[in-house]
Design a protein around this ligand. Structure first.
Ligand code: QAP
Ligand code: CO
Length: 198
């Protein structure tokens, strides 16, 4: 793996859950890459892998900065494969670390049953753009321009929402969203042992 981000050595951080108010703050852009930000990206990857996630945004671990990490590659007994990834997805380096990501074009629509490490055990279908182009800065300060489809596109849009203080449960119909939020506020989240799809 040729990534300067030592995900294996990163610290596992605590993930904030809805309704934590930090998840509602808009993240500030980073000016330039620092060793602290590179360390943060490594810790976020470690945290994401530890929870079996495919994407994590800095506000989810309490940092209001415009940084997200992603790895949507299928994992087979500890190994990554590119099987099942679309042609476009195979062209994108993963794990992906991106600062200040901006969507510069969108095409078409797709739906996906999304979950979120900040809303554990709840899954709902969300409609988003199909193909997107994203610009941002990589972990060495290099300019990134990515074209994404499929799961990587969904995940990027979901994670950029976090940078704007938005959650996937805000993108459901008004009634569905309100019901889900009050249910979570009343019942909370299942404990790890009894975790199941609700
Ligand atoms: C966002 O979500 C996403 O409830 C990333 O018990 C989701 O990594 C993008 C997870 C779907 C695209 C499609 C959720 C793990 C992980 C849970 C995640 C859970 C354990 C969610
Ligand atoms: Co999320």
């Amino acid at each position: 793996m040729t990534s300067s981000v030592a995900s294996e050595k990163g610290k596992v951080l605590e993930i904030l859950h809805f309704p934590d108010p930090i998840l509602r703050k808009v993240g500030r852009p980073v000016d330039g890459i620092t060793p602290e930000l590179q360390q943060l990206a490594g810790d976020m990857l470690a945290t994401m892998y530890d929870s079996n996630g495919i994407g994590l945004a800095a506000p989810q671990i309490g940092k209001s900065v415009r940084l997200l990490v992603m790895d949507t590659r299928p994992r087979e007994n500890g190994r990554y494969t590119l099987e099942g990834l679309s042609e476009l997805e195979q062209t994108v380096p993963q794990p992906l670390v991106i600062f200040n990501p901006v969507i510069i074009s969108r095409k078409g629509k797709q739906t996906y049953e999304e979950g979120c490490l900040s809303v554990p055990s709840y899954y709902e279908t969300v409609e988003r753009s199909d193909i997107i182009e994203v610009e941002g800065m990589g972990p060495e300060g290099e300019k990134l321009k990515l074209k994404l489809d499929g799961l990587m596109s969904v995940c990027m849009q979901h994670e950029i929402d976090h940078l704007d203080g938005k959650l996937f449960i805000d993108r459901l119909s008004t009634l569905k969203g309100q019901r889900l939020k009050s249910r979570i506020l009343k019942e909370g989240y299942p404990k790890k042992e009894e975790e199941e799809t609700v």
